[in-house]
Write a protein that binds this ligand. Structure first.
Ligand SMILES: [Zn+2]
Length: 240
């Protein structure tokens, strides 16, 4: 009886081992990237982001239903949380003084506007011939659900070049080839902003690379995050 039990346990363990190996084989890129990302974390800089600004807003961490925010204009009618709008205005001013014109194309969006955007995009996909079920799934991949966008909190800015729409009909990663992007990469952190959805970390943020999207986290965390090269999510890895 006993050798039989040992044999069964051995076989089960072996099957588990094969299963894990198969899983790793089929997800090589992700597991490799995650490993690299974790090894890259400089221990001294990664800490719980428990200040006023550096909190996560995403699909798993929506804003509360009773969320409200005081707003202030940043540029051309686009508004942000009144507590960080001044930092954004200063950033835009200082860039302009160096001959770099940063054009805000989106800032605060109400939850209601977020819902409308999602619905109108879903309708467009249905008109393009997708079933309503498929259209909904596709739209939710492109446009975040209400309460889950940093724009709903008034803490995000989308920035492009002044002549962007003359040469593009969509917001694309091409923006990384502009002098505006180069300036922001060098300077945004000095005003408390981070590039929120970096290239190599789409598997962590769940959002495509968005060189135009800047998130206010405060000057302290913006500096730390830029220095680490890691997305905001990693600042929540420890202590939780
Ligand atoms: Zn954005």
């Amino acid at each position: 009886m006993k050798p039989l039990v040992i044999l069964i346990v051995t076989l089960l363990l072996y099957a588990m081992y094969i299963g894990i190996q198969l899983f790793i084989m089929h997800h090589p890129a992700d597991s490799q990237r995650l490993k690299t990302a974790q090894n890259d974390i400089p221990a001294a800089t990664v800490q719980r982001a428990d200040n006023l600004w550096a909190y996560l807003i995403n699909a798993d961490n929506p804003l509360s239903r009773d969320f409200t925010v005081g707003l202030e204009e940043v540029q051309a009618g686009f508004r942000m949380d009144e507590r960080c709008a001044g930092y954004a205005r200063k950033m835009i001013e200082d860039a302009a003084a160096e001959g770099i014109e940063l054009t805000v194309v989106s800032a605060y969006r109400s939850v209601q506007k977020q819902q409308e955007n999602l619905e109108s995009y879903t309708q467009r996909l249905i008109r393009d011939g997708y079933s309503s079920k498929d259209a909904k799934v596709m739209a939710e991949k492109e446009i975040m659900l209400p309460y889950t966008s940093e724009h709903n909190a008034g803490l995000a800015l989308d920035i492009l070049t002044p002549d962007w729409w003359l040469t593009h009909d969509d917001v694309t990663a091409d923006f990384e080839n502009t002098e505006q992007f180069r300036w922001l990469s060098e300077n945004a952190h000095k005003y408390g902003f981070i590039l929120r959805y970096p290239k190599e970390y789409e598997h962590v943020t769940g959002i495509i690379y968005e060189p135009w999207h800047y998130r206010f986290v405060g000057i302290y965390y913006a500096g730390k995050i830029r220095e680490s090269g890691l997305p905001l999510e990693y600042f929540y890895k420890t202590n939780f």
